[in-house]
Design a protein around this ligand. Sequence first.
Ligand code: NAD
Length: 479
Amino acid sequence: MNPHHHSLFIGGQWVTPASEERITVLDASTEDVLGSVPNGSEKDMDAAVAAARAAFDDPDGWAAWEPARRADALHRLAEALERRAEAITRIVSAQNGMTISLSEQVEGALPTVLLRYYADLIRDDTGEEVRDGMLGAPVHVRREPLGVVAAIVPWNAPQLLSATKYAPGLAAGCTFVLKPSPETVLDAVLFAEAVEEAGLPPGVVNVVPAGREVGAYLVSHPGVDKVAFTGSTGAGRQIGAACGTLLRPVTLELGGKSAAVILDDVDLGSAIAEPFFQATLLANGQACFASTRVLAPRSRYDEVVDAVSSLVGGLTVGSPLDPTTQIGPMATARQRDRVEGFISQGRAEGARLVVGGSRPDFEKGFYVTPTVFADVDNAQVIAREEIFGPVLSVIAYTDEDDAVRIANDSEYGLGGSVWTDDDERGMRVARRMQTGTVGLNHYTVDPAAPFGGIKASGLGREFGPEALRNYQQIKSIYR
Ligand code: NAD
């Protein structure tokens, strides 16, 4: 792959960008330059929106195609992505530090799963239902494609979080302008190449890497009909405000500070180590749903702190491209510094550092040693703010009600997990948690079930049949 790209994928062609500004990406573990792409400007966004608009408004175009024809095209896109899966997987890991074993599943495989899932959901769907009206005449209720979508994604799982938008959105008949995050732009080039190879009509998918100002320009662009965003709560509030003023539909998948509720009956033996690791520290802690507040019963507090510390202290930290690595580097120096800032704050607030808290002894790379704080109060900053790194806080609770109270005492409500040997008890606690998703003795997002947050974790849901509705509007025809 040529690591330095000089054109943007707009209107089905590789076009010369309007400006000479560039985005350069560093390898998170070696700090070497990995490659660069043009930095999209407002003019490039204008061109991309115009292309998406023309593709959507074409009376014989994508939106008007029979669903089965769109479904076939999505299958072709899945195949084209599959042919690039290895390259995509490696470049994502190199850019953001995600371990290669995880990247293979999340960035390489899952987007193709989603494409096929939504293709098959719409293949035989007429999008129209005829109901018996209450006035003696039939009523036709139609689900029509919403229009041009601005999809804005973060760096932590760039391919998956793009696919959670374009897979249902394209299936529904929408067209897209995708704006990847500046930290992960090289995988986006591979995605654009796959779109081209799959033969999607020109303008159905356009890819313009850019920073936040040009992202904000895209959000408010008059040619855009809907915004689909994943990223921080701060940016989500700004985007939500802009869309509110414009009365523009928006879905927001934002930050989290989820709780792992360890009930007092649980067997802390080796069987829970792997699922607990995945629920709390997946993607080097750079996962929005990570259960980073570990709630431990006072009656077994020391035992839980010991078990969590020995698990976290024993993790293999290293190059994300090594298949045995469990924790890779943070995506950027800025992200590493931010995580270290929270670790200093935890110490300053009097939390007890049990393991980690430093940098591993590597010459290069944005690494942070996986860290556990004990004796954390849920009011402390490290228990309230999203750290987005490998840092867990163990918080004591007195009884089940207290555990639920602490779990729910958060600005956020995205993920969460309950750990118990009593399934019914686990379900009872899971039902009481104020959050969009909860895992019982594991936390693995299932694409068939809606995923998303409440409170400051966002608006709307992705995944499942529900996600199709994000890209459709409803029309009633009173016949
Ligand atoms: P970020 O908000 O800084 O950036 C995300 C994307 O939005 C980038 O492409 C950025 O360029 C763009 N952007 C930023 N401000 C914008 C604005 N005002 N208008 C338009 N575009 C703007 O987030 P990040 O640091 O890249 O990603 C990490 C965050 O994403 C974390 O908070 C994490 O929890 C969240 N996240 C949420 C989910 C979820 O599904 N809920 C999934 C992954 C990550």
